[in-house]
Design a protein around this ligand. Structure first.
Ligand SMILES: Nc1ncnc2c1ncn2[C@@H]1O[C@H](COP(=O)(O)OP(=O)(O)OP(=O)(O)O)[C@@H](O)[C@H]1O
Ligand SMILES: [Mg+2]
Length: 454
């Protein structure tokens, strides 16, 4: 696959005895490695910082320092470099100390060249393994923290998150239900310098106007009957952190002006309070509605809209990023199997293919639920079409409740259930139901379940 010419493995030797350095350099050069020798720690470290080797073999006793310190410095500046320590003063204690400090191995002088060769081979094997894992995780450009996605739109979103997380600006996240708005908000918080302070979500749609004010701003003692003590609002509780205003489009207009004031003045007035309290919070808002349109139509304050959307992140619905579906399905299978303490089942294409052409009105949350159900109920170590939920196939095909009697629906669901369980085998379904294939076909047609080949 690679057209890169494999480069030689680079090994540095550091020992305060010139003779030792020369002997090792000559011997190991014969093995096809590229070698450089050093007699002082200073020289060696300077070189490592410019051109980190694959392996550094160093004496513990050095003219200008000690090998364990060299090891620590190398780990800091060239974490990929493996280090082997040699010493003429071998002791178990030193060996343990060295290995704890991160040395790959430890050779007591005098050692045979053969022993050294073996240790080098082992070290390099370990190094290439470590490099692979590092590359895999670097290559997990397919994920950002807990957010999974390889589609170009998601890659762009990862880039934006990386760019804006540390900025203190307000952010508006827009996306249909279940597209990961809260997940992204949490990631923005986690990658900001507010991460050690609270992240507090608040659903603006779930409360009445007075309750919102009370929850967000808190109240002073005696502000109203029942306000027996001062209560801090979420904005104050979150001080130093992030408040996630979910469904901000549902916020009553009268509350919007209060929120705007908080954002502009960075102070708030508790309910019943007279003097403002300074607060330091970052606001990340989310909505599944088109607030821009709402603002244009006057049902959302334009000035607040502009304050909130200093940066706007738009999460696309899952049906517009199909290449993420297999990735997400595998991710959820592993995640959920682990939660259930089950081994993760394999995924057969008969399970995955229908998902690829499904529209996912509930987006990623719906996919997650489908996988959760499948993993929970699966009897075999592989997920197939039988593990997809019946509703999944009924989407758009379900007869309208009004035109069908309850009994008819039950009957249809029963037919469907058998059909699904047989892996959509018509002959077997007809047999199990004790009806002819023609009758079955007619019933399936009513259900819109006769496969029309695309
Ligand atoms: N890209 C993703 N990678 C992994 N998991 C995801 C991703 N997007 C969403 N999820 C998961 O899907 C579920 C729904 O996500 P989340 O709650 O963030 O969506 P939402 O947009 O806030 O939904 P709602 O509008 O309904 O509040 C969560 O369990 C979340 O962890
Ligand atoms: Mg949400």
């Amino acid at each position: 696959m690679s057209d890169v010419v494999a480069r030689k493995t680079i090994i540095y030797i550091l020992d305060d005895e010139v003779i030792t350095v020369r002997r090792l350099v000559q011997a190991l050069a014969k093995d096809g490695y590229e070698l450089e020798g050093f007699v002082t720690a200073a020289e060696a470290l300077a070189r490592v910082s410019k051109r980190p080797p694959d392996l550094l073999i160093t004496d513990v006793r050095l003219a200008d320092g000690n090998g364990v310190e060299v090891l620590q410095q190398v780990m800091g500046m060239a974490p990929q470099t493996m280090v082997i320590l040699m010493t003429g003063y071998a002791s178990i204690d030193q060996a343990v100390q060295a290995i704890k400090a991160g040395a790959f191995n430890y050779l007591a002088k005098p050692f045979r060249l053969e022993d050294l060769r073996q240790v080098i081979r082992d070290a390099l094997k370990g190094a290439s393994h470590a490099r692979q894992t590092a590359e895999q995780s670097a290559n997990s450009s397919d994920r950002f923290g807990e957010i999974i996605g390889r589609s170009p739109v998601m890659q762009e979103i990862f880039k934006t998150i990386r760019q804006v997380a540390a900025l203190n600006c307000n952010i508006l996240i827009q996306g249909e239900s279940g597209t990961g708005k809260e997940l992204v908000a949490r990631a923005l918080h986690a990658y900001s310098d507010r991460a050690s302070h609270p992240f507090i979500p608040f659903n603006c749609g779930a409360f009445s106007e007075e309750l919102i004010a009370n929850e967000l701003f808190g109240h002073e003692k005696g502000a109203f009957t029942g306000a027996v003590s001062t209560k801090l609002g979420l904005l104050e509780t979150a001080n130093g952190g992030t408040v996630f205003l979910d469904e901000v489009g549902e916020m009553p207009i009268s509350m919007q002006i209060k929120l705007l004031r908080v954002i502009q003045e960075r102070t708030l007035l508790r309910v019943g309070g007279v003097s403002p309290t300074a607060i330091d919070v970052r606001i990340i808002a989310a909505t599944n509605r088109d607030i821009e349109k709402m603002a244009a139509a006057g049902s959302f304050r334009q000035d607040l809209f502009y304050r909130l959307k200093v940066v706007m992140i738009e999460l696309p619905p899952l049906r517009l990023r199909q290449e993420d579906i297999p990735l997400l399905a595998h991710h959820f299978v592993t995640l959920i199997a682990t939660q259930f303490g089950k081994p993760a089942p394999q995924i057969e294409s008969s399970f995955l293919d229908p998902l690829l052409s499904y529209s996912f009105p509930g987006n990623i949350r719906e996919l997650q639920n489908i996988v959760e159900r499948a993993v929970a109920l699966a009897l075999e170590p592989v997920l197939t079409v039988k593990d997809l939920p019946p509703e999944f196939f009924f989407s758009g095909a379900r007869p309208s409740e009004k035109s069908s009697s309850q009994l008819k629906i039950l009957e249809q669901e029963h037919i469907f259930e058998i059909y699904r369980r047989t892996g959509f085998n018509q002959t077997e379904t007809a047999q199990q139901l004790g009806i002819s294939r023609t009758t079955l076909w007619r019933r399936l047609k009513q259900l819109n379940l006769v496969p029309d080949k695309k």
